[in-house]
Design a protein around this ligand. Sequence first.
Ligand SMILES: Cc1cc2nc3c(=O)[nH]c(=O)nc-3n(C[C@H](O)[C@H](O)[C@H](O)COP(=O)(O)OP(=O)(O)OC[C@H]3O[C@@H](n4cnc5c(N)ncnc54)[C@H](O)[C@@H]3O)c2cc1C
Length: 301
Amino acid sequence: MASDIYDVVIVGAGPAGATAAILLAQKDRRVALLDASTFPRTGTLAGWLNTRTAPLLDELGVSVKKLLNHTFSEVTFHNQDFTKSAKPTFEGTAGYLVDRAVLDNALVKRADSCGVTMISGNTVQDVNLGEETTIAICEDDTRVEGRLLMLAAGRVTHLLNDVGMTRGGSGSIIWSGQANAPLPKSAGKREPMVGVVLGLDRKGSFAIYCVSSTWVSVTINWYGDRGEAMPAFIHICRTLHEQNLVPENLSALAAAAPIEPCPASAALDMDSHVGKNTLIIGDAGGFVSAASNEGIYPAMW
Ligand SMILES: Cc1cc2nc3c(=O)[nH]c(=O)nc-3n(C[C@H](O)[C@H](O)[C@H](O)COP(=O)(O)OP(=O)(O)OC[C@H]3O[C@@H](n4cnc5c(N)ncnc54)[C@H](O)[C@@H]3O)c2cc1C
């Protein structure tokens, strides 16, 4: 009789968890991948990827051609009042714009085809760390047991406390928010565009805007007080539209967007990412670039 104990139970099917699941299944491990949401995910959530993601996706057996077809080759840097701008020269492609739902769905589909057991639409509420195994306990009381638990539940998760591996505060929280919207077909075909607005305050806060042929997004990374992040976010969305850099005024969406703490650089403050039958990966472990808030490639890597 096959054992009901998995080699690895992974909580979170974002880029970190799904990538780990594929790599482990490719090495013939029995893997269960658990996520609170159902797949395929829907809705537009924008993201940019650096070029190192392409060989990684290739290695995972995920079709790069289809996913990474929104290539951008330049990034414009602006100062806060848009009186100055600069465009560094990149040799070839600077990166890719992706719809996060499409990326996540492709990774989960690949995990499924590699034989990973997918348990979706079920939130993990607790974990039970034993001597030999770990049990993930879901909201409907499903219990999934594995020799190793990989916690890939993203930046805002109580499960870190449950396994006794909290992220220490580095003292400099970055607040992040994103507003994005699909573009109507009537907007016509356009070259993908990426820009960065620097110096939103004296602490180094910045915004990133991305315009692909099908969607537009503005992200804020705010180093000051949380209460100041939202007005600054609304203001920058409006200004980017007034400057004709972004085809839609996303300020109303910004006003409704969640502002979350980014775990950038928290990885360095954690005592360990390895505990009793447990490993912390991706955003949960603070593997996010401190400079840019880039997290998809670090999570997968
Ligand atoms: C506003 C914003 C904009 C960003 N823009 C970019 C960008 O342009 N480029 C970039 O590279 N990075 C960007 N990032 C960072 C990037 O989104 C993350 O670094 C990346 O998603 C981390 O992947 P992950 O797999 O660790 O976590 P996530 O992608 O957060 O995945 C975690 C998964 O765990 C599941 N989950 C959580 N709790 C539970 C539970 N209790 N039980 C079961 N399932 C659970 C969630 O449903 C989710 O699917 C941005 C982040 C934010 C907040």
